[in-house]
Ligand binder design. Sequence first.
Ligand code: FES
Length: 120
Amino acid sequence: MPEPDSVPAADLPPRTVRRAGGWAVGNRGDDEYFAVSRRCRHQLADLAEGSVDADGCLVCPWHQSRYDVRTGEMVDGPRGFLGYHGPAPGYSGLVRLVGSIARLRVGQAVRRGDDVVVTD
Ligand code: FES
């Protein structure tokens, strides 16, 4: 049986996110850990390189789409596309609609000893 994907808990201070296999694993604050699939629904950026905002949402590193990590739903669409970074209201709303339906996969991230371990 393969080892579960994990991250040392010491590498997950509040409002950070790290890579663990196919998961973006993070800490929303108060050691409330989460795990979601890593590829942004917009243009496939690696969400493990994103950030966690003050609301505990995962923010994509490329165009700042925001995800509710409890459901995997995109709650705010991208601010741009390809190399463009800026307002794109109609486009952003359309991508958000798709991202609210085609949600990220959500795993269970739990503390086990010194690690945060992800299970499906
Ligand atoms: S790739 Fe994530 S918002 Fe564009």
